[in-house]
Design a protein around this ligand. Structure first.
Ligand SMILES: C[S@@+](CC[C@H](N)C(=O)[O-])C[C@H]1O[C@@H](n2cnc3c(N)ncnc32)[C@H](O)[C@@H]1O
Length: 241
């Protein structure tokens, strides 16, 4: 599945107003990420957040950790407005995270790395941006994520397993912490599930026709009568080699 950053940006921007209320799993991963990061270290000079969106991770981070300088990146310039409500002072770096060049002691990112076409590139970029002994802490999703949708439509991001992620990132980093878990959400109808995708910007892959939506809903009900949807998050915390 091809990822077009312009499409990703547009779909996420449209979801920003409804995102915080609906991004239940993303809030859980942000909390777990920060909790485990703080067990390793909670005091940082400079922090670079990649794909900050509406600031769910930012909020969690400033509750538990301390920092002197905050650099926030997102593909969408609209993110800046949300971050202004959370942080008294920060530098906003609009654009593709892979191209950001900003030195930092910590790079954090929640529910973003699955959108990168090439994880080797972002691993290299993080290594360049991190200062000595710098830490990279991120959450993403494993191939089990939204397996119901993939089974029905064949459409999915190319999620990597925790083992594959470790192999990619261990070239530049020492892995300090890893966690993966499953979280099943239940909906009243397939349409409610589709609305959940829309409200969280996750439908950034493909527009569907009315007929496709109708067919999807009928098939979903048949195959998954309890209208369940699997989220499969991964958390990885690593230190620059
Ligand atoms: C699922 S949201 C997560 C937002 C936030 N990190 C959170 O904790 O809720 C994904 C965000 O990543 C951004 N994004 C996706 N691909 C990106 C890229 N290549 N560079 C920078 N930001 C990106 C999107 O614009 C969106 O705001």
């Amino acid at each position: 599945m091809q990822i077009n950053p312009k499409t990703v940006k547009n779909r996420f921007e449209k979801s920003f107003e409804t995102y915080n209320e609906n991004a239940i799993i993303q809030r859980i991963t942000a909390q777990k990420l920060v909790e485990n990061l703080c067990k390793i270290k909670s005091d940082y000079n400079s922090v670079l957040e990649l794909g900050c969106g509406t600031g769910i991770l930012t909020e969690e981070f400033i509750k538990k950790a301390s920092y002197k300088k905050y650099f926030a990146n997102d593909l969408s310039g609209k993110s800046k407005v949300y971050l202004e409500k959370i942080l008294p002072e920060f530098t906003f770096l609009e654009g593709n995270a892979v191209k950001v060049r900003q030195k930092a002691d910590l790079i954090i990112s929640n529910a973003v790395f699955q959108w990168f076409k090439n994880l080797e590139k972002i691993s290299d970029a993080c290594k360049i941006n991190l200062n000595k002994d710098g830490i990279l802490a991120f959450s993403t999703f494993s191939p089990e994520n939204f397996k119901e949708v993939k089974n029905l439509t064949g459409i999915s991001l190319e999620y990597k397993s925790v083992e594959a992620l470790e192999e990619i990132f261990s070239k530049n980093f020492e892995i300090l912490y890893r966690e993966e878990f499953l979280h099943t959400m239940k909906f009243n109808s397939p349409l409610e599930l589709l609305a959940h995708f829309k409200y969280t910007g996750v439908n950034s892959l493909k527009r569907q026709t009315f007929g496709e939506v109708k067919n999807f809903c009928e098939e979903y009900k048949k195959r998954y009568p309890d209208i369940s949807l699997t989220y499969a998050p991964i958390i990885l915390i690593c230190k620059k080699k």
